[in-house]
Design a protein. Structure first.
Length: 87
C-alpha cells in the first residue's frame, strides 16, 4: 500500500512541496495515504459508532471515512487536516 499510494504518487505530491503545511512539504513526517475503501466498514463496526455519536478524525485527509460513517451510521462527523489539497 505504501508503494501504491505513497511512493507512486511522489511526483504528484511534489508540486505541493513548497507549501509548509503540505504532506509533501518540509514539515511532513508522512505523505497522505487514503484509507482503503474495503476497510472502512470494518473500522466503523469495530468502533461501534451509532447515530448518537460524533466521530472526530484528526488528519482526515480526503474525508472518505467521515462521509462513510455519516452515511452508514448516521453519526455526526468532524474532520481536521492541515494539508491544503485535502481541505
Amino acid at each position: 500500500l505504501l508503494h501504491k499510494y505513497g511512493l507512486e504518487r511522489k511526483g504528484e505530491l511534489s508540486k505541493f512541496a513548497e507549501a509548509a503545511d503540505s504532506a509533501a512539504g518540509p514539515s511532513s513526517i508522512s505523505p497522505f495515504v487514503p484509507c482503503a475503501a474495503s476497510r472502512i466498514p470494518y473500522i466503523l463496526q469495530a468502533a461501534r459508532i451509532g447515530p448518537d455519536d460524533v466521530l472526530y478524525d484528526l488528519g482526515c485527509g480526503d474525508g472518505v471515512v467521515l462521509f462513510e460513517a455519516a452515511r452508514r451510521c448516521g453519526c455526526r462527523c468532524f474532520g481536521v487536516d492541515i494539508d491544503s489539497p485535502c481541505v
